[in-house]
Design a protein. Sequence first.
Length: 262
Amino acid sequence: MDSRIEKAKRDLPKLRRFADDLITIVDKLLSQPIRYKQDDHLAFMALGFTCAQAEHLKAICTLVDAGFHKDAALIARTVIEGLCRLLWAAQKPEERPRLWRMFSIIDDFRIVDPEVWKTNHQLAKELKEKLKKYGPLFYTQKAKQAAKEGKPLPKDPYWRDWTGHNICKICSDAGAEGLYTRIYRDVSCWVHWSPRGIGSSLDIEENRVRYTTQAPENAATALATGFQALLETALLLDSKLELGFSEPLQQLRAEYIRELNN
């Protein structure tokens, strides 16, 4: 048996226990009244991301327990995106988290039905005013050039997402190249239905095919990634709002490193 699979099988019970321990701490953290200043965009962002990462780790646990290991890894890919975007935003706390909140205006622009623009004049007016004020923050280079030359803007002149960068650059800037190259990119073969992604689940012998959902290495990766993402996100939230959970979170991290290294 592959040594990686053997190690994953040995680590799975520990990883599963640490996931439960972390979820218990974070649930307690989130169950208390949490207050923050309205203009503290990083605190608001960290709060939202902590809630989402907790949900993701719970989903990973559910899928691992049910034996759907590769789908658990799909969620691990998502938690990497969330963690790296939050760490990236925290590098410029006065600027980037505000962009994240302001991008809701671009989301509104993209989801409002064209018919609503024609019939709901008040909504259309409010959205146009917001787009006029904040939209230029998210102009693509093509849109910026058009605005500079006084030409009509593209039909959708805004960034694809609030960062203005692809996930590879975000992970790199956040110091998480390892998560991107070892996990995020590797799971892409399953996300995009590639021959490697599907083929790894098929055991072909003579003319018979057997499909398996079991992949201990994917399960271990998913649990470890979900644990790291929730831990780092919760620590950032606690550091911003001084919620009193830094010590138990740090203790759990130390235990995790000690146990897994052994």
